[in-house]
Design a protein around this ligand. Structure first.
Ligand SMILES: NC(=O)c1ccc[n+]([C@@H]2O[C@H](COP(=O)([O-])OP(=O)(O)OC[C@H]3O[C@@H](n4cnc5c(N)ncnc54)[C@H](OP(=O)(O)O)[C@@H]3O)[C@@H](O)[C@H]2O)c1
Length: 392
């Protein structure tokens, strides 16, 4: 494929992202991209594009030799994986926005790309408009990167912002996020932390070369956060953010998790509002870089897809540099706040040391030092009425 040739695209999905891709291509003929076919689920749905473009048979795209690149933006990870693996086996490059499909099949997808010498790019699936995968893949290729802290889920960040700044209830803030197209069709994917977990899994591969299964990574969403936690944050000049964190420890092992954090209101991450995303990268000399942009929505995501389409045309593929011997480890001791109801002994026993205890008729909390392993071994902290927030 030469760079000045027209690109013929096959598109899977015509929802928030798929329509964004279609509109951008229609509005910018100079891109020289033609969409030949669009695979969707429901052929009878009213569409903004000509009926003859649509098919409910993905094979019409997968086995069409005139299609150069496939852009995948459907909300069914299993169907997506089947289509993407068929495409890669046929040496057809793919661009995808589907973090669940990628994170849960990363090892197989890396193997397929190597075996069939073709490319899968997925910038849109991580932080939409922030080209973090490309930056990690091409710029931080040495081993001087030491940490990554990121707000990767636009809809939970939107909900937390509205709860803190406009005092909206959790449910009203979630409803707004859905109306604006920020939230997944199944809101549990965002609110309970799955979306951020999938993105962290992808980032783990591109920071330190660790290809982990999402089920082996510690995570939680914002489902148990309530007004008492928000009040505590405000009293202490902090806000609450759902943070995906990756850290290389002194012993070379890697800690990675997605958990709510208290963040001082003066920090850059605290000032990432609404559906925006941000990534703070730290290196071994104590320096930081900060990347910021829209993390969800039709055009930010569609633009990332289109940028990846051009990257494929220029023969770009990810390096998948792995650093020998790195593995996940949860032996680190961190500072945590846990709010709960009932007997304090049921929570206190997990802490190595306690800095502060608060007991009232409505709820209690404990702040202290605790090993991350205490959250990995059992799910005591995930029960209803218990809220865990990192306080680092
Ligand atoms: N929305 C965002 O801001 C955003 C940001 C980054 C990444 N993503 C990812 O992008 C993907 C698409 O998200 P979206 O928000 O565009 O979803 P969406 O609005 O719910 O649209 C989903 C699309 O997938 C199609 N689809 C579902 N099952 C299918 C199947 N078996 N075969 C063919 N097509 C099928 C649907 O077809 P019908 O039209 O016939 O129902 C629909 O067009 C997801 O993986 C999501 O995680 C979304």
């Amino acid at each position: 494929m030469s760079t000045d040739k027209k690109i013929t695209l096959g598109l899977f999905g015509f929802g928030v992202v798929g329509q964004g891709i279609y509109n951008i291509i229609q509005q910018n003929p100079s891109l020289n991209i033609q969409i030949k076919k669009i695979a969707i689920k429901n052929i009878d749905k009213q569409r903004i594009a000509p009926h003859e473009l649509f098919t409910n048979n993905g094979n019409d795209i997968l086995f069409d030799d005139e299609i150069d690149i496939i852009a995948e933006a459907i909300d069914d990870a299993e169907v997506a994986f089947s289509a993407v693996s068929t495409a890669l086996q046929n040496k057809k490059p793919v661009v995808s926005a589907n973090k669940k499909m990628i994170a849960t099949n990363l090892s197989a997808l890396v193997d397929l790309q190597k075996k069939h010498n073709t490319s899968l790019l997925y910038e849109a699936s991580v932080c939409a408009s922030i080209p973090i995968v490309r930056v990690l893949d091409t710029y931080y290729s040495g081993n001087l990167l030491s940490s990554l802290q990121a707000i990767v889920n636009g809809s939970t960040n939107y909900i937390l912002t509205k709860m803190f700044e406009e005092k909206l209830s959790f449910n009203n803030a979630l409803k707004q996020a859905q109306e604006l197209g920020y939230a997944e069709s199944n809101p549990k994917l965002d609110v309970n932390g799955y979306d951020a977990l999938y993105k962290l899994t992808e980032l783990l591969t591109h920071t330190f070369g660790v290809v982990a299964k999402p089920e082996n990574i510690l995570f939680s969403g914002i489902q148990n956060i309530n007004d008492a936690d928000a009040a505590f944050a405000k009293q202490n000049e902090k806000t609450i953010k759902l943070i995906a964190k990756i850290k290389k420890q002194d012993n070379g092992k890697i800690t990675a998790f997605v958990l709510p954090h208290f963040v001082s209101t003066t920090t850059m991450l605290a000032n990432v509002k609404d559906a925006n995303n941000a990534v703070l990268l730290g290196n071994s000399y104590g320096e930081f870089e900060f990347l910021y942009g829209k993390g969800a929505g039709s055009y930010p995501t569609a633009l990332a897809i289109i940028n990846d389409v051009f990257a494929i045309q220029k023969k770009y593929n990810y390096n998948y540099d792995s650093q020998e011997g790195l593995e996940l480890d949860y032996n680190e001791t961190i500072k945590a706040y846990i709010r709960f109801e009932g007997n304090i002994n049921k929570v206190e026993k997990y802490f190595e040391s306690i800095d502060k205890k608060f007991i009232s008729e409505q709820y209690n909390y404990v702040i202290g030092k605790i090993k991350l392993n205490q959250f990995v071994k059992t799910d005591w902290w995930q029960q209803e009425g218990i809220s865990l927030i990192m306080d680092e």
